[in-house]
Structure formats: C-alpha cells, structure tokens
Design a protein around this ligand. Structure first.
Ligand code: ACO
Ligand code: BUA
Length: 448
C-alpha cells in the first residue's frame, strides 16, 4: 500500500544530501542512529558547503567522516550533546563543541524550537508493510528532531534490530522526505570490560541494597555492567527494568530468571529503555522481543515517570565528588570527557520513587597523567569541572570503602561521611583540608 510512495522517495545518498545548504543545521542522532552512507556523501560535498553545523552525540564506529575531512571547521562544524571517546578527542583538538543537557528534556528543546534543525538524517530499519521505519535500538529523541526538521532523510539498514515500543520509536513514510538504502553494516557494539578490584568491592556494597522486586537502572561504564552480572548471579527474583540504556547486564539477569517486571506499577512485564549499547547478542535479543518496550527519552528519563515506580534503584558512575556532595561525572577539570546524559534524571527520579535510592559510584582514586595516585574525593571539584549532580540532589556516593549518605546531611556530616569512604592514604590530608575550611568538627572515622 505504501510501496509507490516509498519508490517516489527512494534516492541515492548523493541525491539526498543535495538538500543541505551552507549554514544549515543537520542532525545526525546518537549511537547507532547516525547515518553512515549519508555522512560519507555529505563529506564528499565539503568543498561546496560552508558553515554547515552537524549535531550528534556518542558517535560509534565506523566514525563519522564529516568532522574528520574538515579540521579547519570552515565547511563543517561539529556539535555534540554527549561526548564519547571520539568527541572527546575532537574536543581536545578544539573541533567539537559540547552542548550541556538534561537528557529527558532534549525532545522538548526541539519542540520548543530552542534548537535549530534543517535536515534530520537517521539510520532506521527497512520500511514495514504498514509504512513505518522502526527506529530500532536508538529511539532517544529522534521523533522530536524529525517533527521539527525541514527535511527528513532516513537511511535503511537491514542489520538494525526491530524493537517494539511504547512511543516515539517509529517514523511513517508520510513523515519522511527521502529514503536511502544504506550498506547494512552491523550495528557497532561495545566490548565487555573486566572490572577492577575497586569495582568488585563497590558492587558488593551495592548488592546489599538490592531486594527482590526492585526496579533497576544501570548507567554507562564498566561498573554498572559488572554489577548487573553480580545481580544475575545472586539470583534475585521479580526484578523490573526501567532504564535509559539497555545493556548486556539485563540480558544476563533475564537469562537467569531474575527479571519478570511483575512488580512494576507502570509498563508491567516490560523491560523499558530508550536506546541500547552492548554486544551483537544483546541486539539479537532485542529484535522483535515482546518483553522490550522502547520509548522516547522524555518518557524513560522523565523523573515524574521514574518516580511512579516503587523501589527504583539507580546505579551510575561518577568521576569526582567534593565535600559539599557536588558530583562531576563528565569533566576532568576543563576537559569534557563525556556528558550528563541521563544521570541527573535518574538520580532525581529514583529519590522520588517510594523506597527508591540512587547510588553514584567511583573507585576512591585514579592515576593522573604522571602516574601519581589521586583521590577522587576532594575539598572542591577540580576548577573548571562542571557539576553534573548538585549537592541538593546527591543521594549516596559509593566507593570500594563503603557508601556515604549525602541527602539531608549538613556540610560537616557530608565531609565526614565522604572522608570515611576515601582511600585511607588520603584521609589525614582530607581531614586537614576540612579543618582549614571549618567543615570538620569532630572525627568518627572508620579505620581501614
Ligand atoms: C545510561 C543510563 O541509563 S543513565 C545515565 C548514565 N550516564 C551517565 O552517568 C553519564 C556520565 N557518566 C559516564 O559517562 C561514565 O559513567 C563515566 C565516564 C563517569 C565512567 O565511565 P568508566 O568507563 O567507568 O570510566 P573510567 O573509570 O574508566 O574513567 C574514565 C577516564 O577518566 C579518568 N578519571 C576518572 N576519574 C577522574 C578524575 N576524578 N579526574 C580526572 N580523570 C579521571 C580515568 O583515569 C579514565 O581515563 P583514561 O580513559 O585515560 O583511562
Ligand atoms: C546520551 C546519553 C548517554 C548517557 O546517559 O550516558
């Protein structure tokens, strides 16, 4: 029924990118949603175009060519909502600018027309018999971008898993201006990372906080994934999933029979997410799986939605915490390493869930560029680092030495709680700093 409209709109990537004009804003979406064939065709137009802005986030291999063919940024300027390794390197070279966000608000930025978008380009599943292009493992904010773009171009990829959804997970042919056929390359996957000794200890602390019937959200990074494996091994029952990112850890929990979703107040018996990042096995698991429901990020990450689920346990990683309980999870001083992503959304939402808790986790130390051990608990965040979670919102901080409550604690008590979970080699020094600042009134330090 939609075949003739499809044929009318089907063009080559070279034809499709001709709609881009100098000065346009082009949206490439996130993760596996970025359109590889269109990107290559646009890069080839470099010498004809000036000041085209490309907006993206967490670009995955094969990496986009557009920012690489124009290091001068005369032709293409690269903007990112969220840095991955690729964007962090471009940022170091001064050829990628970062836009801070609250992830659940992103569809609203487009709907309120606070961000410009002329051309939306997105990688999708091939059209189905009802005329829909399923957005696969990248639902995120795509629908809102496309609703507000002057031109929408979809790039079909047969390797994209077809994922059932609640909302925002498809585009209809009538909403699309051009269709191109991509090269069906496999979705980019991320390798499993072995946990460090500290991460193993952190997981032990958090496991004590999990009960049968909880709803789990795991963030991005090595630790949350390892924790998911431990939850699976521990054999919890009737867990639910409401997360931003579907990851291999959930597949393991499901295979071990831990996840039923029966206890959730909303989306019962569904594993809810807005995108996926993991192994090919995870992507296969998600393909036409009736238990998975992908939604636009303004639903999954909306704190008011998260708060409707009882016993929400949110587990994310961070980089640095100061005596106030301010957290950065995205910057090393002035260097933008990653982004806020959904961290703020889940910290806030989980706290408002009946019985809910949020844990921001980090090893207590890291090695700096000179190989010197540094504490991640500091009197103040490293100058230049933006605060990802403000002190009013932080609930628990967890290191290998235990967990520290921040919510409702005085600055004195926060300082003390944090020094108790700092690496022992830094505790004396931190106490001295706290005393100088007048943040330390007495000690109840736990000896290592
Ligand atoms: C996905 C959801 O469902 S919701 C929300 C999830 N999203 C977020 O939480 C967004 C922000 N968080 C993140 O991006 C990640 O969790 C991170 C970056 C905080 C942690 O990810 P990990 O992979 O565990 O990072 P890791 O511990 O390896 O540290 C990354 C780098 O920063 C360095 N580093 C860590 N802490 C510090 C610090 N305090 N100062 C300077 N550098 C630091 C590490 O040495 C490492 O450097 P390298 O890449 O040169 O080895
Ligand atoms: C773009 C979102 C990824 C994250 O939350 O870390």
């Amino acid at each position: 029924m939609f075949e003739s409209e499809y044929r009318e709109k089907l063009v080559t990537p070279e034809e499709a990118v001709k709609v881009v004009k100098s000065g346009d804003w082009v949206d490439y979406m996130f993760f596996n949603g970025y359109p590889k064939a269109l990107d290559r065709a646009l890069a080839r137009r470099k010498d004809e175009l000036y000041g085209v802005h490309i907006r993206s986030g967490i670009s995955l291999p094969p990496l986009p060519e557009v920012p690489q063919v124009d290091p001068t940024m005369e032709h293409f300027q690269w903007d990112s909502w969220h840095f991955g390794a690729f964007e962090a390197k471009l940022g170091d070279r001064g050829i990628c600018s970062f836009s801070p966000l609250l992830y659940h608000e992103v569809p609203g930025y487009y709907r309120r027309r606070e961000v410009e978008v002329d051309v939306a380009m997105v990688r999708v599943c091939p059209m189905d018999k009802y005329g829909y292009f399923n957005l696969g493992i990248n639902t995120s904010h795509i629908e809102a971008v496309c609703e507000n773009a002057r031109i929408v171009i979809v790039e079909e990829n047969e390797s994209m898993p077809y994922v059932f959804g609640g909302n925002g997970n498809q585009l209809h042919i009538s909403e699309v201006d051009f269709v191109v056929r991509g090269e069906n390359e496999p979705m980019a996957s991320i390798p499993a990372i072995e946990p460090t000794k500290s991460e193993i200890k952190i997981a032990e602390h958090i496991l004590k906080e999990i009960n049968d019937g909880c709803c789990i959200q795991l963030g991005i990074g090595g630790l949350p994934n390892y924790l998911g494996k431990k939850i699976a091994e521990a054999g919890f029952r009737d867990l639910s999933v409401h997360t931003e990112m579907m990851a291999d850890a959930y597949l393991e929990m499901w295979e071990k029979g831990c996840i039923t979703g029966r206890k959730k107040e909303i989306d019962r018996k569904k594993m809810v997410c807005t995108f996926a990042l993991g192994s090919p096995r995870l992507y296969e698991f998600m393909d036409r799986n009736p238990m998975i429901a992908t939604y636009s990020v303004d639903y999954t990450n909306n704190p008011a939605v998260i708060a409707q689920i009882s016993n929400m346990i949110s587990i994310n990683s961070c980089l640095e915490v100061d005596f106030y309980g301010q957290v950065t999870s995205e910057m090393q001083g002035t260097r933008q390493l990653t982004g806020t992503g959904g961290q703020w959304d889940f910290v806030y939402g989980a706290y408002h869930s009946p019985g809910g808790k949020s844990f921001l986790c980090m090893p207590s130390t890291y090695l700096d560029k000179t190989g010197t051990l540094q504490s991640k608990i500091k009197p103040f965040l490293t100058p230049g680092a933006a605060c990802t979670v403000s002190r009013q919102l932080t609930h628990y901080i967890v290191t290998e030495y235990g967990k520290a409550l921040m919510k409702c604690q005085s600055v004195w008590k926060r300082t003390e709680n944090l020094i108790n979970i700092a690496h022992p080699d830094f505790r004396e020094e931190l106490i001295k700093e706290a005393e100088k600042l007048g943040f330390w009134k007495r000690t109840n330090r736990i000896e290592p």
